[in-house]
Every structure is written in C-alpha cells, then in structure tokens.
Design a protein around this ligand. Structure first.
Ligand SMILES: [Zn+2]
Length: 90
C-alpha cells in the first residue's frame, strides 16, 4: 500500500465520520441558539421568558421543534409546566 492510499483510507474511515458528526453537532447548536432567541410563554401567569440555548439540550430542542412546547420552570410564578414556544409557526 502506498502512502497516498493509506492517507485516503484514513480520511474515509476516520476523518469523514468525525467531520460529519462535528458538522452535525455545530448545526444542532446553531439551531438551538436560534430557537432560544424566541421567548417561551408560561401557561399559568403569561410571563414571557428566555432560556439559554444550552438548556435546550438536543432532546428538548427536537421536542420544541416538533410540538412547540416544553416543560420549563417559570421564573415569575415558579410553576413547572408546559410552556409554549413563541418562535413556532412563523
Ligand atoms: Zn408563570
């Protein structure tokens, strides 16, 4: 095997999956930052509040995208409830 072939195999088997997963992680984080720019609304007191993007860890972010709601603790009334995401349906 020549050196060039070894490099090619290394890129295909190790580097490509690594770069792909890195690109996927960056994509998800960017989506989460975008998602966190729109406030959530508390169903109990109507308070609009923002959360940090890292609070939308992957599972919660996907849930918000799918249903437009997620369970959060309201900073005003302190109730843990399904809060509506205002960024949906634009
Ligand atoms: Zn509230």
């Amino acid at each position: 095997m020549t050196f060039a072939q070894r490099v090619l195999i290394f890129i295909l088997t190790d580097l490509a999956p690594l770069l792909l997963s890195l690109a996927f992680i960056i994509f998800i984080i960017r989506q989460q930052i975008k998602c966190a720019k729109d406030p959530f609304v508390c169903p109990n007191c109507g308070e609009k509040f923002y959360i940090k993007w890292w609070q939308l860890f992957v599972g919660r972010y996907l849930f918000v995208e799918l249903t437009g709601k997620t369970v959060l603790t309201c900073p005003r009334c302190g109730q843990k409830d399904r809060c509506r995401w205002t960024g949906r349906g634009r």
